[in-house]
Design a protein around this ligand. Sequence first.
Ligand code: DX5
Ligand code: ZN
Length: 221
Amino acid sequence: MAKTGTVKIAPSILSADFGCLAEEIRKIEKDADFLHIDVMDGHYVPNISFGVPIVCSIRPRTDLLFDVHLMITNPLDFIEPFAVAGADYITVHIETVDDPAEAIRLIHSYGKKAGLSIHPDTDIESVFPYLLQADLILIMSVYPGFGGQSFLKEAPERIHIIRSKLDEIGSEALLSVDGGISEQTAPLAVAAGATLLVTGKAVFGALDPVEMIRRLKACDG
Ligand code: DX5
Ligand code: ZN
């Protein structure tokens, strides 16, 4: 389990009102640790969200760290544009790159932190060779593509496997969990070893998003 008081929260703008995105971000920026930005291409996942122009537009509006999650087929073609647009962390799916080590090196070459994400159906051990090199491991706890889905019951065991391996090798990479995080499921993810919780609907769908972030942060004790 991660140390008490260390869980960080990354609200996903996928569940925000795009018509007033700057205002939505303002609501949560003092309490959130990262802003999670879900980029979908309608190919790797069956949904289209937004791309580089949105990142450019919101970059001057907040100092939050941008945690860009690329759910796209050719992520290497877009590392530079997202880096230039102002991403701080860029995460690619391990299933979408031939050589994950090369992808991490490319992200690092732009001075950005590199994340590797893993689909629920992918063998969890496939990320083991990259744990020392990556700055963030993102475990999908839903099938990627849509906000508001239910947390998969297999997720805690997968989080625990990665937590154990990270601890074994002495990696301080963030262990992020994405999908279906709520007051009910956050304690399961944190108990299994997550240090970063991505949350869309629970925060942006809440009457009081700030209060929800505080409750989610309190779930580690
Ligand atoms: C799903 C996205 C998630 C999503 C999480 O493909 O990667 O980041 O926005 O949303 P919730 O918290 O609503 O499941
Ligand atoms: Zn995401």
